[in-house]
Design a protein around this ligand. Structure first.
Ligand SMILES: Cc1cc2nc3c(=O)[nH]c(=O)nc-3n(C[C@H](O)[C@H](O)[C@H](O)COP(=O)(O)OP(=O)(O)OC[C@H]3O[C@@H](n4cnc5c(N)ncnc54)[C@H](O)[C@@H]3O)c2cc1C
Length: 451
């Protein structure tokens, strides 16, 4: 059957779009969730257009072959990791972008990198806000399919808040246009939202119309160190109860240590946590943030208008995951809780780490209540891996017990499937399966992950 599928693909899309070279296919086999063992695809299709996506899905549908859609492969949950016998459908060649200055919007193909959209908007004096830490390397299609968040989301919202319209190809090749290019649009169900965050399980996003904003003012940065992370969490709760910073990021001592092994920042071992806040509104807000930090027990608070200094600190925070990955294998959590419960979540993570004798550096978009405890272990030590896996599940349980979610922005992928049922409950899981069956009755899109 494999050769029949390949013949059909070669007949349906230009020859150079279909790749079977094992070395090349191998490099598209997994995303950044390196603890997951991906399957083996039969081919990679590097689609160059919506028509090629449609043709690929028609072939896959005819033969009942699974399709795993892939943007830039920076996902942290195994969402774009291959399954056995699949076609890996890469959008990386679909990178067109058109900026409508007057309408303050962009029409983009899914393979465009987030940073490329930001640059195109900037060239017209505009701004695309969603800013995952991976913005330089992740694609807009991946951002849409995971409803990516980021650092400025605490004030400016997440990917879905900027989506006006989508073009989507369904499993059987039908191509839909959902939403449009108007700011307001309530005609029918808001079906485009169904595809945002659907992780390649309902259709392939081939174009998006995205709202842009005016470039915000240069922010003031507030860096506060705390003797422990719980107190930093208390400052987060107090700050967000009184104003909306444009970023509010947290790193605990283990995360700071991991970053300082790569880029020394001058923090001593007495620093238990670092809070980095930014405000691009009234400069007086910076003083309010600083005051909340001091009231929560900050040891040191520095306020700076220097854009370069602020970016250095934020840059260190953005690199934290890659720095922790140098310490061992990492199971990356993405738990979220209501913001006032951030201190309890931090305490719960510390408790799990101690009980399971596992290193769990904590970073996160604390202002959104979204933390990334990084469950780290030596991959050659089987007992350590087992303890890490238990710790991983217990941290998700703790977030759910606090009224939270097992994923705030990275998606379920393969990594968090076990916990999804507990969070959603039987009725919602059944409805979810009904929606999936309506759009992808043969179940060929990203099968065997969480649905
Ligand atoms: C160092 C680092 C920092 C990160 N920081 C953040 C962060 O701050 N915030 C955040 O949200 N994420 C973050 N991420 C995770 C990741 O970058 C995001 O999830 C990103 O949105 C994935 O984009 P991608 O193009 O790499 O998608 P991929 O990994 O290729 O795919 C992700 C999912 O989307 C699906 N998909 C991709 N394209 C399409 C499409 N066109 N149509 C339908 N489905 C599609 C895939 O099947 C898969 O399920 C980080 C990752 C790294 C490595």
């Amino acid at each position: 059957m494999t050769s029949a599928v390949l013949d059909a693909l070669h007949a349906a899309v230009p020859r150079d779009s279909v790749v079977t070279d094992p070395d090349v296919v191998e490099s598209y086999r997994h995303d950044r969730a390196m603890t997951i063992s991906p399957g083996h695809p039969i081919a990679l299709v590097r689609a160059g257009s919506t028509a090629e996506v449609r043709a690929t899905l028609e072939v896959a549908s005819r033969f009942g072959v699974p399709v795993v859609t892939r943007g830039a492969g920076t996902g942290l949950s195994g969402g774009s990791s291959a399954v056995d016998g699949c076609i890996t459908l890469s959008t990386e060649r679909m990178r067109a972008v058109r900026i409508d200055r007057a309408g303050m919007q962009a029409v983009v193909q899914p393979g465009l990198l987030n940073a490329e959209l930001k640059a195109a908007a900037r060239a017209e004096g505009l701004w695309y806000p969603p800013d995952p830490s991976s913005y330089e390397i992740c694609s807009i299609g991946g951002n849409l399919a995971t409803n990516a968040g980021g650092l400025c989301c605490v004030k400016y919202g997440v990917t879905t808040d900027y989506v006006l319209g989508l073009e989507v190809v369904l499993a059987d090749g039908r191509t839909l246009r959902l939403g449009g290019s108007t700011v307001k649009n309530v005609a029918g169900y808001d079906l485009k939202r169904l595809f945002i965050g659907s992780e390649g399980t309902l259709g392939v996003i081939t174009e998006a119309t995205l709202a842009l904003r005016p470039v915000p003012p240069v922010p003031t940065t507030i860096a506060a160190t705390f003797p422990d992370a719980v107190r930093a969490g208390e400052a987060v709760a107090a700050i967000t109860a009184s104003l909306r910073p444009s970023a509010l990021e947290l790193m605990d001592a283990a995360a700071i240590d991991a970053v300082q092994r790569v880029t020394p920042m001058g923090f001593g071992s007495e620093v238990g946590a670092l809070l980095i806040a930014q405000t691009d509104a009234d400069p007086a807000e910076a003083d309010v943030v600083a005051e909340h930090c001091r009231a929560a027990g900050a040891a040191d608070v520095v306020v700076s208008d220097d854009e370069v200094e602020g970016e250095l600190l934020m840059g260190a925070r953005r690199r934290a995951i890659t720095c922790v990955e140098r310490l061992g294998a990492v199971l990356i959590e993405d738990v979220g809780v209501p913001v006032p419960r951030v201190p309890e979540l931090i305490a719960a993570v510390a408790d799990v780490a101690a009980r399971r004798r596992t290193l769990v550096p904590v970073i996160g978009h604390a202002g959104d209540g979204n933390l990334h405890p990084l469950v780290t272990f030596d991959p050659t030590d089987h007992a350590a891996r087992d303890r890490a896996e238990v710790a991983f599940d217990e941290i998700m349980d703790a977030a759910l017990d606090l009224g939270g979610t097992v994923t705030g922005e990275h998606g379920i992928g393969s990594l968090k499937a076990r916990q999804l049922g507990r969070q959603l409950g039987d009725d919602v899981m059944e409805l979810t399966r009904t929606v999936k069956a309506a759009l992808d009755p043969a179940g060929i899109l990203n099968p065997g992950k969480w649905i």
